[in-house]
Design a protein around this ligand. Structure first.
Ligand SMILES: Cc1ncc(COP(=O)(O)O)c(C=O)c1O
Length: 408
């Protein structure tokens, strides 16, 4: 990537339609882009909120090796990657990425066998939450070249009313210091393993906007839930880490996501926070009360027909985001301003009609720039990303998909 593409800029503002059109005159849509000026300003915003706590970069929210390298080179505050599959972790390791923490348990026997054969001090850390995981890893990698480094995942959902209400993602069965210590003891007793980290991801805080689309009445409840849950997590996480450290001097204590950097980093016991989505700033991250990011990733689709004066139809664009299906998971027309999806058709596999004031002035061959609801999933739809800085395209880099990868 050109050196100029990596330089931080002093201010990011949202680009106009005319500006983007001037830059992309000679490029046929569909294409995807990342505005580096916006991305580096988002990076700075996240570093500010981290207040010195290192940020591990969530690879699933970027899914471009070139951009991951650029981010890690950008500032010392970005340290290591949180990966999402073991084949991906091994692939990245083979490309020289060293500090890798796989955030989700794996059942990939072939990749575990390969991990076992890896001659490396800094082999990727894999996630476990039970002896079932340890047994599975032992069966797939019976005589590893060195100990398999593991991370214990802690459930940090909020369970008020004596557990009658359970708020948070269904991830790990481990909640109490005693449960964590028991698993840490089991790991210490097995010679093929080394306990390297403890992780707890507060999805119900970091991944939940304070102003969710169409749910105004819930807003005060969400803020209250976040505040009470963060206090409970801080106490429990500290107790868990103390209990585990009675067994092993585990160094890495990871927590948080883009939406909770500023609260998670306040916990003394946390040695690093994770963030990824904030670089691209997809639409779900427009809905947080404590911070503002600048839209950085977009995709452009061509207008291919005009069924009537007030409707312009784009080719494709139905790139829904994962999660419970709802309006907030749909891509949103971003530029030109004054466009929206047709509620009867949504975003389609091959056709996406857009309506609204700006639709009448669109002609066949014009482009509409849309934003995805989530960050890295966009990269599964495109082989490359155009990188912008100032008034020009400074580079075009492959996505994971562009490198022939297909993770999830
Ligand atoms: C374990 C874990 N940590 C952190 C994150 C936050 O990632 P991001 O900042 O990309 O939203 C996620 C997202 O799902 C996650 O699963």
């Amino acid at each position: 990537m050109a050196a100029t593409a990596l330089e931080p800029v002093t201010a990011a503002r949202e680009r106009s339609y005319e500006e983007l059109e001037a830059i992309f005159t000679g490029v046929d849509a569909p294409f995807a882009l990342v505005d580096l000026d916006a991305m580096w300003s988002n990076a700075r915003e996240m570093l500010d909120r981290a207040a010195g706590t290192p940020i591990r970069v969530a690879s699933k929210s970027v899914r471009s090796r070139s951009l991951l390298t650029a981010i890690l080179d950008h500032a010392p505050g970005f340290r290591g990657l949180m990966t999402f599959t073991l084949p991906e972790s091994l692939w990245l390791h083979g490309h020289g990425f060293e500090d890798l923490l796989l955030a989700y348990p794996t059942a990939h026997r072939g990749a575990l066998a390969e991990l076992g054969r890896l001659e490396s001090e800094r082999r990727p850390i894999v996630m476990v939450d039970s002896t079932e995981h340890l047994d599975y890893i032992e069966a797939a990698a019976p005589q590893p070249a060195g100990p398999i480094r593991v991370c214990i995942e802690l459930d940090i959902g909020w369970w008020p009313l004596g557990g009658r209400l359970k708020i948070g993602a269904k991830r790990s069965p481990l909640r109490s210091p005693e449960e964590a210590r028991r698993l840490a003891g089991e790991i210490a007793a097995r010679p093929g393993f080394e306990l390297a980290a403890i992780m707890g991801y507060e999805a119900h805080i970091a991944g939940l906007g304070d102003r969710p689309l169409g749910k105004r009445v819930q807003e005060p409840l969400i803020r209250l839930m976040k505040r009470l849950s963060a206090a409970e997590i801080a106490e429990r996480r500290a107790d868990v880490v103390a209990a585990v450290r009675e067994i092993t001097p585990v160094e890495i204590v990871n927590g948080g996501g883009t939406g909770s950097i500023h609260t998670t980093q306040r916990e003394e016991v946390v040695t690093e926070v994770t963030a990824g989505s904030g670089f691209f700033a997809p639409t779900l991250f427009d809905r947080y009360a404590d911070f503002t990011l600048t839209p950085a990733a977009m995709f452009a689709m061509p207008v291919v027909r005009r069924p009537s004066g007030g409707v312009a139809t784009l080719l494709g664009g139905g790139y829904h985001a994962s999660g419970a299906a709802g309006r907030d998971r749909l891509p949103q027309p971003h530029l030109p301003r004054g466009l929206r999806l047709d509620p009867l058709e949504g975003a389609g596999e091959v056709q996406t009609p857009v309506i609204g004031a700006a639709a009448a002035s669109l002609r066949v061959g014009d482009r509409v720039y849309l934003r995805h609801a989530k960050a890295g999933e966009l990269c599964e739809r495109f082989q490359s990303l155009y990188l912008l800085s100032g008034d020009r395209i400074v580079d075009e880099v492959p996505t994971y998909r562009g490198e022939g990868r297909c993770e999830l």
